[in-house]
Each structure stands twice: as structure tokens, then as C-alpha cells.
Design a protein around this ligand. Sequence first.
Ligand SMILES: NC(=O)c1ccc[n+]([C@@H]2O[C@H](COP(=O)([O-])OP(=O)(O)OC[C@H]3O[C@@H](n4cnc5c(N)ncnc54)[C@H](OP(=O)(O)O)[C@@H]3O)[C@@H](O)[C@H]2O)c1
Length: 308
Amino acid sequence: MSTSDHGDLKNVHGKPDPRVILVTGATGNVGRHVVTQLQRTGAVVRAQARDPASAGLPGGVDVVRGDLAAPGTLDAGLNGVEAVFLLWPALTADLAPAVLDAISKHARRLVFLSSLGIRDDLERQPDPINALHAAIERGIEQSGLEWTFLRPGGFATSTLWWAPQIRADGVVRWAYGACARAAIHERDLAAVAVRVLTGDGHGAAKYLLTGPRTLTQVEQVQIIGEVIGRPLRFEEISPEALRSQLLTRLPPAVVDGALTYWARLVTEPELVSPTVAEITGAPARPFRAWVSDHASDFLRTSGAVLPR
Ligand SMILES: NC(=O)c1ccc[n+]([C@@H]2O[C@H](COP(=O)([O-])OP(=O)(O)OC[C@H]3O[C@@H](n4cnc5c(N)ncnc54)[C@H](OP(=O)(O)O)[C@@H]3O)[C@@H](O)[C@H]2O)c1
């Protein structure tokens, strides 16, 4: 890891390096892979973290302190940056105008991690998570930046919610076992982000991104069991019981939005998009491959791992 106060980054000709890319959310599921995959392209990678000292990012990455909840902290990390990978960790878009203002003073290009469920045909999104992403997308469209929206469906990492139950007794007690999702591997999302951040021809594109096929939640649990070599069982509980569980960690509007969406996916499975393969040239990784990459999370006997 290298941290710096970096003034203007200059290349050997004394000009600003055109390929400095700032990755927000760099310590998270997706951002961590964006950082490592970007490094392989030869881009100068700057990674934002609220606590650079604990970021745990690879050597050669310039880790800068920045907090999207305090837009005044962003300027230093944005200095000399050509493109930004932005995710939005907050539950309101209140600070988005100030953040976009800061970004557009420095960068030319912005790639935003949005969500699949946004309905472009509606003025108002029916659920709070898509409403949040749509509000930020609107701000970006008005910012003057060249933008690309990555709109992923459910992350495969969301199944880490089940890890404590799997480790405990191998029974996943959850609602909507027939909810069918095309869960995406975070490496594939990162691969698309890297192509877009470093290539041309992606301006004003809205990319729908999913895994290669839908699986019900019951099938996902079965695959996790096959990969870790333990028989697992999905035990259907009521939506109300799941709601109570989730309310201990998430606000009611978010929980209710998620439950409504999962209920819909029982009868209308999530769409499967070919875009990962179209952009990266490699097929989207199957859920089984994701489980292999994360098997230890389901096998540990302590130290609960939960998606943030
Ligand atoms: N989960 C899904 O199914 C799904 C589906 C569609 C879209 N999404 C989008 O994906 C995003 C999550 O991506 P992820 O799973 O890669 O993230 P994650 O693993 O949950 O990590 C969150 C990242 O956000 C950073 N962060 C949190 N608060 C911050 C702040 N105030 N200022 C700056 N950085 C902050 C954290 O960095 P530090 O703590 O190091 O600062 C961390 O790197 C969601 O916000 C959502 O917009 C998720």
C-alpha cells in the first residue's frame, strides 16, 4: 500500500497523467477487484478509503483518505484524476450533488455502480433502493461528466447473509425459496468496470449486468452445500419472520423494498443479461464458481462474515 498527499500527478513529459483512476468503495466487494484488475492494465490506481491504514490494499496502490459523507474531504484524492469509479454507500442521495460537484471539477469520466431494478419508464421508482440509485443517476446525467451506469442485479455476495446459519447447523431459514436470481460475481462486475474505465465507446451507456443464469434460493443453497461438501437445507420461513430478522440490521423502507422485490422474483425471475460476456469477452462466472471462491466463508466455525 502506498499513501500520499499527491499534488498534481505528472508523467515523464511533465503533463498530468491521463490514466489516473480513482476507485471509491475500494475496500469493498467490488471495489477491491476493480483496484487489482485496474492495476494489471497499467493504469495509475488511486483507491479511496475512510481509513487508509486499515484498507489492506495491494502494494503500488495509492490509498487516499476520503469520505463520501464529507464531500470536503474528496478534493485531495481527486487531484489529477481522469476517471472515477463511484459507488454510493449511503441510504440517501442528499450529499450526491456536493460529491458530483467535487468529482466534476477534476475528472472527465464517471462510472457509477447503480442497480438493475431501475425502471426508466417511471418518473418515481417504486422502492427506496432503486429510487436512491435513480436519483444519483439523474444528478450524474446533469453533471457534465461523461458517464456510464453499471446496473447489476443481485450480488452473489448477498448469499453471505446465510453463512452464519450454514456454519451453525446447515439450515438456511429464509423466505421466498423460489425467488429466482441471476446472481453476479463481483469479479465480473469489476471486469466490466475496468473495461469501461479504460476503454472508449461506453459514454451514456446503461449496462444491465447479471450472472449467467437464474437459480432459485433453494438451488443456491444446494450448490453451496455441494461445493463445501455438506448437505444443507433451505427451510422456508414467513416473510414476516424474515422481516423481523432483517430489521435488526436495516431500516424498514429498505427491508420492505427488498421483500417486495424478492416476492416478485418468485413469479417473475430476474432477467439474464449477456452484457458481461459482450464487454469482457468472457462468459459471466456461474454461481458455483463464486461459491468456490468464497467456500471458506461458509466453512469457518467463528467470525461471522456478512455482506455490508
Ligand atoms: N448487494 C447487492 O445485491 C447490490 C445490487 C445492486 C447494486 N448494489 C450496489 O453496490 C454497492 C455495494 O458495493 P460493494 O458490495 O462492493 O460494497 P461493500 O462491500 O458493501 O463495501 C462498502 C464500501 O463503501 C465504502 N464506504 C462506506 N461508507 C463510505 C463513506 N461514507 N465514504 C466513502 N466510502 C464509504 C467502504 O469503504 P471504507 O469503509 O473503507 O471507507 C467500502 O469500500 C451498494 O451500495 C449498492 O449501491 C448492490
